[in-house]
Write a protein that binds this ligand. Sequence first.
Ligand SMILES: O=C[C@H](O)COP(=O)(O)O
Length: 246
Amino acid sequence: MRRKLVVGNWKMHGSRAANAELLAGITQARPFDCDVAVCVPYPYLADTAVSLATSDLRWGAQDCSAHEQGAYTGEVSVGMLAEFGCRYVIVGHSERRGYHAESDQLVADKAKAALARGVTPIVCVGETLAQREAGETDAVVKRQLSAVIHTLGHCVGEMIVAYEPVWAIGTGRTATPEQAQAVHALLRAQLQAATPKAESMVLLYGGSVKPDNAASLFGQKDIDGGLIGGAALKAADFVAICRAAK
Ligand SMILES: O=C[C@H](O)COP(=O)(O)O
């Protein structure tokens, strides 16, 4: 039985005051029947580490460099994230793939860099609306996951995969539980061919998860929790989503 995980991706939102209130709201609602984490903007990692230090809540970042160190202005290495206690780092979010032209191979290299420093990568895959309508969903997510599988080799079982259909992100348009499950089953089958750990790997769904649809999504066989954007910014909503994961 896989333990569920709910991760809040704050994206480029927040302020020190608002974050303190949000984290207090989540902390006070413990305990949860699932693992809970927040992935925050880099400047807020130190505050978050202090706020959550004595709780069982986890934290992480939203991206990392594929390089260990060097002349890469503006980039942040996994080693730096590890110094701030990050347990997770999101890589390959569609907003990074789209706005920053991140390739499948770069995403895979970032995931490898994360694992090398003991930080668990949450690797995002997902198709655009045009790709779904063209019947390309399976091929797209398979290609995206394949690059990571080949790059990680025997470590592949250590990552988390998040299926995030691009058309469902921030749009209020959620994949139905059946649509999401179908892709999750496909991803798990692909992982099964690559690692004996596939059955215990955590596969998250992301894309307009809200308190009222979380339970039906998380009730699907291969959906082990969620990567939550907008609804992670209000403690009451995020807590309600965490309660739906058990
Ligand atoms: O990482 C989170 C996803 O992009 C989902 O965002 P959303 O819940 O606002 O649709």
